[in-house]
Design a protein around this ligand. Structure first.
Ligand code: SAH
Length: 238
């Protein structure tokens, strides 16, 4: 079973949003497991302190290497499981990393707090730093939830139709085409004719063209990374 082991100072935050909808149902039916471990349980002093002031001075507090290392060791993570640290300095999380993580046994995820964690524990426990974007959260928990949620929806049997993971944003380096559903007319706006034509080939071509046009306009970085149009001609971006 795919398992996420989360090390946090705020275990009460979990499962939180992971306990509802797709992820929650899958959690309830045993498609995946969530193990939340309190870092504070690994303190040894009578004040149960997990942090201390930064060496060299400066604001805030830093998570202690010894406490965090003890918490990681106590989790007894199998050697084939990835060990991640949520961190704004980390490798930006992408759908391909998510797919890779979902295909494995499931990661250990360390959630930082305060100013971050002592560098030595990152090195000593071989933690791979992963970021959810170029902004700073107050803790790693919400970032860990984002990562877990993205992985869980890819696990076999979680999404209604297996196919719904194939065609979506980033799966081919493209953003997803626009979606529509009933009613046929909304505030004077109708669903594009081609989508109600019943012509599957035309629908596929339209979606492809829309996805390419959107990606080119909104995410030139993604567009450049896939080397432009790769021979398919977009019809909607003039
Ligand atoms: N002083 C640090 C930020 C600490 S924020 C710095 O400037 O890099 C506190 C914790 O929140 C971090 O240890 C990390 O676990 C988490 N966090 C904050 N922003 C994040 C992001 N963009 N991605 C992943 N984790 C993040």
């Amino acid at each position: 079973m795919w398992r996420a082991t989360v090390l946090t100072l705020f275990p009460e935050m979990f499962p939180g949003p992971l306990g509802v909808s797709l992820a929650g149902k899958a959690l309830g039916s045993g498609v995946w497991a969530l193990e939340t471990r309190d870092i504070r349980a690994s303190t040894t002093d009578k004040h149960r302190s997990v942090d201390d002031t930064p060496a060299g001075g400066g604001p805030g507090m830093v998570l202690r290497a010894d406490v965090l290392a003890a918490a990681i060791d106590a989790a007894e993570i199998a050697p084939d499981r990835q060990r991640l640290l949520m961190s704004p300095r980390g490798r930006p999380l992408t759908q391909s990393m998510v797919a890779e993580l979902a295909a494995g046994p499931g990661p250990l995820i360390v959630c930082g707090r305060f100013e971050g964690v002592d560098q030595r524990v990152i090195e000593a426990r071989n933690l791979e730093e992963v970021s959810v974007g170029d902004y700073v959260l107050s803790g790693g928990e919400i970032a860990a939830m984002a990562l877990i949620d993205a992985c869980v929806r890819l696990l076999p049997g979680v999404m209604g139709k297996q196919a719904s993971g194939v065609d979506e944003s980033f799966s081919e380096g493209l953003l997803e085409y626009p979606q529509y559903t009933r009613p046929q007319e909304f505030e004077g706006r109708t669903i594009p004719e081609v989508l109600v034509s019943g012509d599957h080939a035309k629908v596929a071509a339209w979606r492809r063209a829309e996805a390419e046009a959107l990606t080119r306009a909104r995410r030139p970085d993604l567009w450049a990374a896939r080397g432009g149009q790769k021979g398919t001609k977009s019809t909607t971006d003039g």
